[in-house]
Design a binder for this molecule. Structure first.
Ligand code: NAP
Length: 272
C-alpha cells in the first residue's frame, strides 16, 4: 500500500493548523464564553445592554444543544479508523500499529464521543462550527487510521523502546489532566446555570487552559509513542488550534474577574 497519502495529508494538516493559528490569535473561535463576550461588546458599542440580566442571552446563530453537537462532531474520529480497520482485507488487528490506534487514538475518542458529551453543561454549540468539526474529524480519523493500519511498521521490541514508554506515559498523563480539568470546569456550575466562574483546583492553579494543556500533552505523547509523522502533525495542529483558545480564555478571565490570580499563566505553567 502506498504511504504517500499520509505524507501529503500530514503536510495539509500542519498547514491548516498554521492557518488557524494566524486566524485565531487575534480573534477567538466564537463559541462558549467568546460568543457571549462578542455579543456584549457589540451591545456596548450600540449603547444597549446596560440593563442586561445576569442570565446569558440565547445564541443568535443556528445552534445545537452542546451534548448532541459534541457527540456528532467527535463520532467520525472514532468511526472512520474503526471502519478502515473493519474493511481491511485481509483483516489486520494484531500489528502494534493497529493496537496503538485502537488503544490510544480510539480510546481518547471513545471518551470524547460517548462520555464527555453526556456530562457537559455548556452553552448551545454553533451548527457552522459543528459542520467544520465533523469534516475535520473525518479527515484526521482517516489520516491517523490509514497510516497506522497500512503504513506503520514497528520492530518487535518497540514496546521496550524509550520513545514508546515515555510517549505512552505522556499520553496517559495528558489525558488524566484533560479529563480532570474538564470535570473541574463542570463542577463550577449548578444544573441549569450558564454563568462563568474562576476555575479552581488541579492544574488551573497554574494555567487558565488546563484542559487544553492536558490535550496538547496527550497528542504529543501519542506522536512520540507512535513515532509517526501524521501523529506529530495532529499534535502540532492541536497546539495551533487550542493554544490561542487558552490565550483568549486567559484574557477573558483577566478582563472579567478583578480577583483573577495574576500569577496564573495562559497555557504552559510558569512560562506562558
Ligand atoms: N484536539 C483539538 O484540536 C481540540 C479542539 C477543541 C476542543 N478540544 C477539547 O474539547 C474539550 C472542550 O473544549 P472547549 O473549547 O469547549 O473547552 P472550554 O471552552 O474550556 O469549555 C468546556 C466546558 O466548560 C464550560 N466552562 C468553561 N469555562 C468555564 C467557566 N469559567 N465557568 C463555568 N463553566 C465553564 C464550558 O461552558 P460553555 O460552553 O457555556 O462555555 C463548556 O461546557 C477540551 O477538553 C479540549 O481540550 C480539543
Amino acid at each position: 500500500m502506498h504511504c504517500w497519502p499520509s505524507l501529503v495529508l500530514s503536510a495539509l494538516l500542519v498547514a491548516l493548523g498554521l492557518l488557524l493559528l494566524w486566524l485565531h490569535l487575534h480573534r477567538p473561535v466564537c463559541y462558549g464564553k467568546h460568543e457571549l463576550q462578542q455579543r456584549h461588546d457589540e451591545e456596548r458599542k450600540d449603547g444597549a445592554g446596560a440593563d442586561r440580566a445576569e442570565k446569558p442571552p440565547p445564541p443568535r446563530r443556528a445552534c445545537l444543544p452542546a451534548r448532541y453537537a459534541w457527540f456528532l462532531q467527535e463520532l467520525p474520529a472514532l468511526l472512520v479508523p474503526a471502519l478502515l480497520l473493519a474493511l481491511r482485507s485481509p483483516p489486520r488487528l494484531a500489528p502494534l500499529g493497529c493496537r496503538l490506534l485502537v488503544g490510544m487514538f480510539c480510546g481518547h475518542y471513545f471518551h470524547r464521543t460517548f462520555i464527555y458529551p453526556f456530562l457537559i453543561r455548556g452553552r448551545p454549540f454553533p451548527l457552522k462550527l459543528l459542520v467544520s468539526g465533523v469534516l475535520f474529524c473525518i479527515f484526521n480519523g482517516f489520516l491517523q487510521g490509514y497510516h497506522m493500519i497500512y503504513c506503520a511498521e514497528y520492530p518487535d521490541d518497540w514496546c521496550n523502546d524509550i520513545r514508546f514508554t515515555s510517549g505512552t506515559v505522556l499520553f496517559l498523563f495528558g489525558m488524566g489532566i484533560n479529563i480532570h480539568s474538564d470535570s473541574l470546569l463542570r463542577q463550577l456550575r449548578k444544573p441549569g446555570e450558564q454563568t462563568y466562574k474562576i476555575p479552581q483546583g488541579g492544574l488551573f492553579a497554574y494555567v487558565s487552559g488546563a484542559n487544553y494543556f492536558g490535550e496538547i500533552l496527550e497528542w504529543f505523547g501519542y506522536a512520540i509513542a507512535t513515532w509517526s509523522l501524521p501523529a506529530l502533525s495532529f499534535a502540532l495542529f492541536t497546539l495551533c488550534c487550542i493554544g490561542p483558545r487558552a490565550y483568549h480564555h486567559h484574557r477573558y478571565y483577566l478582563r472579567k474577574f478583578t480577583s483573577y490570580p495574576r500569577s496564573r499563566k495562559a497555557l504552559i505553567p510558569f512560562i506562558f
